[in-house]
Design a protein around this ligand. Structure first.
Ligand SMILES: [Zn+2]
Length: 82
């Protein structure tokens, strides 16, 4: 299996908002992940609190912490040759 080389384009990706932190429970429940997600916050401080609370309530033990950034894609204008 080979993946094709990405073709260069003039598409630019620009971050349009603040980074958010979110935690997700990936503990297996009947062969699929629990999937519970915390709220998203602009600081990582609350993630551990949410994880502990979820772990206490459901006895789940595997989590991931993610950061998310909203981005926009826009097409760059073609460069003029000098
Ligand atoms: Zn869970």
């Amino acid at each position: 299996m080979t993946s094709p080389t990405p073709v260069p384009t003039r598409k630019e990706i620009q971050i349009t908002g603040i980074r958010r932190h979110v935690a997700e429970c990936v503990t297996s429940v009947k062969d699929s992940p629990c999937g519970a997600r915390s709220n998203s916050w602009d600081t990582a401080l609350h993630l551990d609190v949410w994880i502990r609370a979820h772990a206490d309530e459901y006895e789940h033990k595997k989590f991931v912490k993610r950061t998310e950034e909203p981005v926009n894609v826009f097409t760059k204008p073609a460069k003029r040759q000098p």
